[in-house]
Design a binder for this molecule. Structure first.
Ligand SMILES: *[C@@H]1O[C@H](CO)[C@@H](O)[C@H](O)[C@H]1NC(C)=O
Ligand SMILES: *[C@@H]1O[C@H](CO)[C@@H](O)[C@H](O)[C@H]1NC(C)=O
Length: 569
């Protein structure tokens, strides 16, 4: 009760304060950068949805694939992490350089509803937590920000991302600044200690209107990871619908992104009871999927069985939304990038295959190399972070290479004429190539048709992929369908082993050798065994579209050479 009375008073004061901030910031921005043109509505990027795709109407409905990274700004200091380590512009440019086109920028609701918090300077906020080292770092790397109020620091980061052409999704991560999330942290569901629905609606509306002038703010996540003992569907529908309407009314440009129950793992209830809104083409649903979402199942179970089971669960909990005509945004996933967490390693290969197959929009957890202050620890390392502790280098460049094919769209909407399949190998992040039996960049993948008879025909030719002898590279042959060595079935619970029969009648699976050649071997780890890792044999036949070049069917005389020899059988 006392809490809500206080918030009510703040509502009376806050608009005044924010107007003042806005004026200052606008002037600053127009002084420093004429190109920012932040208040020119014509330049605002307004994305919308077209069935399951996110598209840009200004470009004739061209698909925009969101390949984002989470940049955290919701912890105790309520400041975008990393500003003590690198200038904001260097960080924004790094994001672009790493191949991302978008940031999911997290914020604590109280930053915009509690005037005492919003008007506190970065220096004061850090001082309160005893972060003198961070203050010194900010003074060196971002001297112009250190004495700005926290709301303005947040705006400056958005502004800088905007100037670097990075799209921004504003994510209301929790209410009270701090690490997220647990059932009992008071931020979990409407009615919890720090989660007054009225304050929330007011706060997200204010954010919607405040960032209207920033061209690249393309989406708002209404609330992250709803959870805890208060969660219930009636309240969820009520406030998600009110929140969506209010945000849309304040800023009709942004995509409205809605999270499910149980830490954003569950949207299954939408199968029968859709959200009802007065507007269309703006609604996106988000889910989260981590290795630890399933405890330590990935190492205590057989990886094929776990992958199959978890993907089935997600199909029921969220993926069905694609068929309902909504984009599904995997707004948090990620791994310990040291490579020593086998639970994460096995999960990652399963997730990558699934995300590529469905060509989903996504956000990696996380950009952050280290936090100013997290859960009582100063300068905590983030092992799930792309950047290392000092925000200078990549924590693990092989991780970024591996996920990089997912940064580009595999498919364009409504382009059946250009549709084909490619073969993706998640554990290397590579695809089967046109001119050898090796793996290579997916941008140069061999284009195939996968027929009902399970033949992998090289697009525009009479040739198909054929199993040769055990332990030798696959090749192209002409006995397509006549010979069982040309029929490929996705087997095991994960459906990620591509299996055929070789010339000698052995059951084989696609695999890779030490030089990344695609060979056939005995199928491994198909079931039960939990100690072995099947991922070298995990492949996905995925839908793909030719983008830049019109498809030029390969004529017989230009047939692709897989291993340099046509099968003569
Ligand atoms: C990067 O990840 C790979 C694959 O998981 C792992 O083998 C390697 O040791 C990691 N490198 C570093 C520097 O952590
Ligand atoms: C791949 O494309 C086929 C043919 O258009 C379609 O039936 C199938 O559902 C697509 N698969 C996925 C995972 O989108």
């Amino acid at each position: 009760m006392r809490g809500s009375f206080r918030s009510y008073l703040l509502f009376l004061l806050l608009p005044l304060l924010l107007v003042l901030h806005e004026t200052v910031i606008h002037n600053r921005r127009h002084h420093t950068n004429n190109n920012a043109a932040a208040d020119d509505d014509d330049l605002a990027l307004a994305l919308s949805t077209s069935s399951r795709w996110i598209v840009d109407d200004r470009k004739g409905g061209e698909r925009v694939k969101l390949s984002c990274v989470n940049w955290v700004s919701h912890l105790d200091a309520a400041v975008a992490e990393g500003l003590s380590k690198q200038p904001v512009d260097v960080i924004s440019k790094k994001i672009v350089e790493m191949g991302f086109n978008c940031v999911r920028f997290t914020y604590p609701l109280f930053l915009f509803t509690d005037d005492k918090l919003g008007s506190m300077t970065m220096r004061q906020s850090m001082m309160k937590l005893g972060l003198s080292g961070s203050i010194a770092g900010v003074q060196v790397n971002n001297p112009l920000l250190v004495d700005l109020p926290l709301v303005n620091v947040f705006q400056e980061v958005v502004s800088n991302l905007n100037e670097n052409n990075v799209m921004i999704i504003l994510d209301n991560h929790l209410s009270k600044p701090g690490w997220c999330c647990s059932d009992n942290d008071g931020n979990g569901f409407f009615g919890d200690l720090y989660f007054d629905p009225k304050v929330w609606i007011e706060g997200i509306s204010r954010v919607a209107s405040m960032f209207k002038g920033y061209n690249n703010v393309i989406g708002m996540s209404l609330r992250n990871e709803l959870r805890g003992r208060r969660q219930n569907l009636k309240t969820w529908y009520k406030y998600m619908q009110i929140g969506a309407e209010r945000v849309h009314a304040m800023n009709p440009n942004v995509l409205i992104i809605i999270s499910g129950l149980n830490y954003d793992l569950d949207l299954s209830f939408l199968q029968t009871n859709p959200v009802s809104l007065s507007f269309s083409k703006k609604l996106v649903f988000e889910i989260h999927w981590y290795g630890f979402s399933d405890g330590d199942d990935w190492i205590t179970g057989n990886a094929n069985e776990v992958c199959g089971r978890v993907i089935d669960k997600i199909a029921n909990n969220a993926l069905f939304l694609l068929d309902q005509g909504y984009p599904l945004f995997v707004s948090e996933w990620g791994v310990d990038q040291s490579g020593t967490n086998d639970n994460d390693n096995r999960y990652l290969n399963c997730l990558l295959g699934w995300a590529a197959e469905n060509d989903l929009d996504w956000t990696l957890w996380t950009l952050v190399g280290s936090y100013y202050y997290r859960e009582g620890v100063i300068g905590m390392e983030e092992t799930y972070g792309l950047l290392n502790w000092n925000w200078r280098e990549l924590r693990n460049s092989s991780f970024l290479e591996k996920i990089s094919p997912l940064q580009s769209p595999f498919q364009a909407p409504d382009s059946n004429a250009l549709a084909h399949k490619i073969i993706f190998h998640p554990s290397t992040g590579l695809c089967m190539q046109s001119h050898s039996s090796s793996l290579g960049p997916c941008s140069n993948a061999l284009e195939l048709d996968y027929t009902q008879e399970k033949i992998l025909i090289v697009k525009g030719t009479n040739y198909c992929i054929e199993a040769s002898e055990m332990h030798t590279p696959v090749r192209v042959g002409v006995m397509c369908g006549d010979d069982s060595s040309t029929r490929w079935e996705a087997i095991s619970a994960s459906k990620m082993h591509l299996s055929s029969t070789d010339k000698n009648g052995n059951i084989v699976c696609l695999d890779i050798d030490s030089k990344n050649n695609i060979v056939t071997n005995d199928c491994k780890c198909l079931s039960k065994d939990y100690s072995c890792d099947p991922s070298s044999q995990w492949f996905k036949v995925i839908n793909s579209t030719s983008f830049n070049i019109a498809p030029s069917p390969i004529s017989i005389s230009q047939r692709p050479i897989l291993d340099g020899s046509i099968s003569s059988s």
